[in-house]
Write a protein of this length. Sequence first.
Lengths: 328, 303, 258
Amino acid sequence: MSESVVQSGRPARSGSDWRLQAGQWATPVLIAVLVCLPFAVTGSWTYTLGVCFANSIGVLAVSVLVRYGGEVSIGHSFFAAVGAYSVAILEHRLGVSLLVGLPVALALGVVSGICFAWPSRRLSGIYLAVSTMALALALPEIINNADEWTGGFEGLYVSRPVVSGVGMSLQRYYAALVVLVAVTYALARLRHSRQGLKLLLARSHPAAADAFGTRRVWARVSVMGISAGIAALSGATLAFASSTVSPSGFTLWSAIFLLVGSVVSFYGLTLPRALIGGAFLTLVPQLLSASGAWIPVLYGLALLAVILCGHYLPKIGGMMHRRARGVS
Amino acid sequence: MTVIVETVGSVLRDLFPLIWSGVITGCLYALGALGLVMIFKSSRVVNFSHGNVAGFAAFLVYGFSSGLLLELSWGAAVLLAVIAAIAIAFVSYALIAPLVFESDLTATIATLGVGLVVQGATLLMFGADIVSLDLPVPRFSASILGLLITGYDLTVLFVAVVTIGILFFVIDYTKLGVAFRAISDNAFAAEVCGLNLRSVHLFAWCVAAILGVVGALLIVPTTFLSSTTVATFMLQAFAAAVLGGFASLPGSLVGGILIGIFMNLFTFYVSPEFSSTFLLGVILLALNIFPNGALAKVGGSRV
Amino acid sequence: MNADAATLQGRGISLSFGGIKVLKGLDVEFRPGEITGLIGPNGAGKTSLFNCLTGAYRPQGGTITYAGEPLGGLSPAARAGKGIVRSFQTVALCPDLSVLENVMIGLSRKFHAGWLDAFLPLPRGRRERNAMREAALAALADLGLADAAALMPGQLPPGMQRLVEIVRAIVGRPSVLLLDEPAAGLNNAETRDLTRALRNLATPDLVMVVVEHDMDLVMSICDRIYVLNFGEFVACGTPAAVRNDPEVVRIYLGSDDD
């Protein structure tokens, strides 16, 4: 019996090898295309794509939490705001560019993620979702009341170039692209690292992970720290790519939209998947800019459609498979 | 000596009205929380569309009574809105039902999708502007022991007590209510005994929709009606549910009233500008200190 | 440290759930270099005793020491850090990881690459990853599972999944190995492989405890056997002694209460 399984496993493995090779080529080609793109499209598209990359990073942050933690957050706008405001405030107060702002944003994001995860370390599932919702709703209040630092309702501008002498619109595009590629690369490394393996086991079998030395609290806090750090990077990138930060960009709705993007990309952690989620969040509002109220409707429908497809497609596939086998 | 008496007197003068109005709004938070808890208890799903649906229904009452959509009497408008809310609950449960038995987290995400659609529908039909919706509450006020009691207060109290009374009666004495309790205690055993999970889930969703509409309509006079107010009001309902343990109906009633009082005291004595931050703190604290709700004995965890 | 010191000892372990006494003051000693069997009818308390040893349950009474050191306050993760490793009655492999990666988790205790190594292409992380991969592959090959390394657990039959779990438990060279029904669901050939592997595994320092229903397996590999019934030990000794113990024979064959 064991023999037959190994046998039947072989063709499948060579099939996945082939797919792996195609996948190995797809990402570099995609990156090359994205690098060349600003020379082929108009300036407004360069801007939109920069924002799209930033949103893709935000989508990755939510997907990491789902994939590695098995948790859902509807409060990631908070961590994105931490990153965005660190960049903006550092530029306003100290006059430093994104080069300094980005690492600070990452560090503050990780710290705030851990600080939030610690009191909720024993909460899972829906309890975490509820507390992140409260986090997202509390955020605009905090930003508006710290107006001395955050600029209140009006927000702050981010305009300091990273490299002097290069056009700002190109800088916005390439900075966002570099951060996005770096995040997907780091996540690909994480998947094969010791920590990544432990986190994945802790998600599916907490007791087994415990028996191999992985504490649940460690797993929960680490995943939240990683996810919040990525969210902060997305906020920092968004601030730079869109040249402005304001509380209206970090509401409960923007947090829910990030989750929608994550669901639409099937919680994928690769560059193409993240781009699908980010493009969905950036391009849909652009296309529907004439009638903004359709945006939530469309997002809601897309969310439901993807979730229901995820539920029914494997069943339909299984049925077809069975039928095909029955015929043969 | 007289100074002390005066300070105590002034504190009491402030405190009693604050607590009184806190209890009144707390009843409304409890109505919202009861709906969330009923759905959670029976199907392990947190319904994030609850606030959006309730807000949409409040808008429908406005639309049906103001002549925007129809020009009906107030009672007919409310009836139609309740029917619409139940219909939405029906449709959303029908969408989510296949997911419920697979993953409560996926089903919970799906409720966000429903919430987004309903929110968009509200914006499409009624716009993003603030509208004024008057309730036909008796307009009088009386001062009892220095406490100003208005017709609105008494209406809210009356409606809340009657609604919650009917709810508890239904759950305690009707067949469906008994099935609801059985399924909340042990879904598997109840199903083995031949109870139909789906009809009980639907019962919970429909009752929650009605409670939400009642709560939303009654909260409107204290604030105003816009596409976001009722959804924000639901944060209080969530906090109330969490404080009550999220799985206990009497708990969420107590939680609602406590949240009403806390919120009033906080906005009066500390700051009106950080109310959501305060609720965040209450939620985190409650989840840590009373993992099973303020009424339950401490023990076990919610992992 | 001499071999005798590295024993896993329990003194007066008692555990009850809401008034039902599951373990009634057990004294137990698992010696290094020996394979100790733990047998008894269903519900006798075998898995509960396991859970007390690994820290999943906190016994109400008694002390548990390893190499003279009390384990009482330590979490399961901390005990795992001391090399006390267990397998589970139900398969607990991560379905998203390949067989090889699942086994590599068993080694993670021995490696120290930090978060920077996890995210960045640093030489130390790569070196450790390669070392883990090789060690895991070698351990899989020992049980004849080398061909399954790249597969996902879901692609294997239940018996092989269980073997993978055992490889994961033994790959990190634990000092105490607790196996909870390792042969459940295995076919004869797989059980033979397992028996051979467990025998090869025994080293002078390793404390090995096996809970098992398969009497042939227990009798053939164990040096000593504890027989548990209703939370109490009814017999303890070599396989031959236990086999001939009238009380044990009564429990297993002469069922008065059935």
